[in-house]
Design a protein around this ligand. Structure first.
Ligand code: G6P
Length: 305
């Protein structure tokens, strides 16, 4: 057991266990995958699996409910490679980095340290993971930082993220909880709670800065990649099977489905776009942050059926 996953903390937390990706998903292991350790939570209210690599939730199922999150059948379980599915943390930037290429920051490519675990009075399992570094940690974002991720697993899933700027300068920051929701068929879903909001259409190559306005619910019938700005606190994902509620204090919601572009993404694969929709709450584009020295940025999100 590594220093990043202290055995005593796991042992003394009821319902928390250490597993390995090769044991949980043998059929998903790709050639070259060494596999990754996983924290499995199983309490009276719900079940979840959290990957210390990326502090990424990869599975959540409330008791009596269905699996809420999608995990690609072609994902890698390899240190340094993002896991395709669950809830990646796009941090400390969203989209391409300062080089115009490296996507979604480095948080999802590193192993975080388990620093806290316990049970709340309401019976939820509370897990804390941290990642910190000096300015030399990342060439594209050369600033001293401390990230903290809080997860509460109960009948609902509560996520909290904080970023402390430990450098002597203001630091640019953007962030998203990049949630992949599992759906039977993406063509049959509707997303509520975005009516009337403005969005940037990332696929409008001629005029990507133009603000369009959403009318009614969002449906998916083609490659979709939009940043909704100044969104209400709550959205709903409506499927023929039921509803999922998404609530967050973040100001944007990114809606993404690769549609037939899935065939160009090796860890997604032709045809697999059908099974997911991403609704990603965060602060990106117009709402990227400039974090002052010593300042702390905090965001939360709750997912519930
Ligand atoms: O392939 P990734 O780096 O995980 O990014 C997957 C997707 O993430 C977000 O939804 C972006 O808006 C998309 O433009 C991007 O394609």
């Amino acid at each position: 057991m590594s220093k990043q996953i202290p055995a005593e903390l796991i042992k003394r937390t009821p319902g928390l266990a250490l597993r390995h990706s090769s044991e949980l998903w043998p059929e998903r292991h790709q050639p070259g995958d060494a596999g990754l350790p996983m924290l499995a939570v199983d309490n009276a209210l719900g079940r979840a699996i959290l990957s210390p690599h990326g502090a990424q939730v990869v599975s959540f199922q409330p008791v009596g409910g269905e699996e809420m999150l999608w995990l690609s059948p072609l994902t890698a379980f390899r240190a340094g490679t993002p896991i395709r599915g669950g809830i990646p943390l796009c941090l400390p930037w969203f989209g391409p980095g300062a080089d115009g290429k490296r996507m979604h920051g480095f948080a999802r490519n590193h192993t975080w340290t388990l620093t806290g675990a316990g049970t709340t009075p309401a019976g939820e399992t509370h897990i804390v993971m941290e990642l910190s570094g000096e300015a030399s940690f990342c060439d594209l974002w050369p600033h001293a930082f401390a990230f903290r991720f809080d997860l509460l697993v109960g009948a609902r899933l509560t996520l909290g993220l904080s970023v402390e700027n430990r450098s002597p300068r203001p630091v640019p920051l953007s962030f998203a909880f990049h949630t992949y929701f599992a759906v039977a068929n993406v063509a049959d879903i509707r997303i509520g709670g975005l009516n009337g909001t403005r969005y940037l259409d990332k696929l409008d190559k001629r005029n990507p800065q133009r603000r369009k306005r959403q009318t009614g619910e969002v449906t998916i019938s083609a490659h979709t990649d939009r940043i909704y700005l100044d969104v209400p606190r709550c959205q709903s994902l409506v499927t023929p099977a039921g509803q999922t509620h998404i609530e967050s204090d973040a100001r944007c919601a990114v809606v993404w489905n690769a549609w037939d572009n899935d065939r160009n993404m090796p860890d997604l694969g032709a045809g697999n776009h059908v099974g997911y929709v991403c609704i990603e709450r965060g602060d990106v584009a117009d709402h990227a942050i400039m974090l002052m020295p010593g300042e702390c940025y905090r965001r939360w999100m709750i997912l519930q059926n």
